[in-house]
Design a protein around this ligand. Sequence first.
Ligand SMILES: [Mn+2]
Length: 309
Amino acid sequence: MSESALSGEFVLEKPNFLGLPERSVSLEGARFVVVPLPYERTTSYMKGTRLGPQAILTASRQIELYDEETGLETWKAGIHTLSPIPVPRDPAAYFRTISETLEPLIRAGKFIVAFGGEHSVTEGPLSAVSRVHPKVSVLHVDAHADLRREYEGSVYSHACAARRMMEYAGKIVQVGVRSVSEDERELCNSKRVTTLLMHESRDAAKLTRRVLEELTETVYVSIDLDGLDPSVIPGVGTPQPGGLGWYDLLDLLRAVIREKNVVACDLVELCPLDGQVISEFAAAKLAYRVMGYVHAKGGRRNRGAKARS
Ligand SMILES: [Mn+2]
């Protein structure tokens, strides 16, 4: 697919989502901006989430540009891939740099798709979104509640991701959760956090209705890939049995994107496994499908606007 491969010489290319050639994906013209965040500091079990963004970008070259579910060629709306932002020693400085980079793009109405890296990276794009949309709420897909104030001495631990989200969003709605510590329990289903435990939400249609009731109008979607069943994505840093099926998650995301104003999402905690590619491929396909749902909605809205005028 790449031009360098066709010409037979090896050229190190900037890895673009879907392998799109650089000239087709200017930042100015793009509806979607892919943000690789290869940050890993505090993983506590399997190491390797820093390799996640590159693995997703590489796998994305294998995706059909035509999306068989939406019937769209979403890439034609423009998907620009940013170069990875260098990771400094201080996590707060890193998240600030990400935030400052993304804020003008969000103001310009571009849809951000960030790839982690460990779950701590959510702080970067979410803080940028919250400055543009102060009433944002978060749909948080995860096997873990991630509500600890600090973990192993750091407030920026991946185990504190949802607690950090509360700094930027008034409401967090958690789905797929099947691992909660005793001290996280009091925050679960408190005023600002709705935790829909996996074993109590096996009916996907009911789950979707509940999520739509709890979210505000403007939504940030944070997907820790361990929220999915490990049969869909086995390559994650801290796997848990059970979880959302592929189609359960798609049904939920399709409904939320249709009913709410989803402005950005992240897919985090991918930890590539040796000898298999299903995890990064599924993550890449999930990201493209999310873009497809957003693009499909834009099309409907535009047609609706024309019909009314
Ligand atoms: Mn998790």
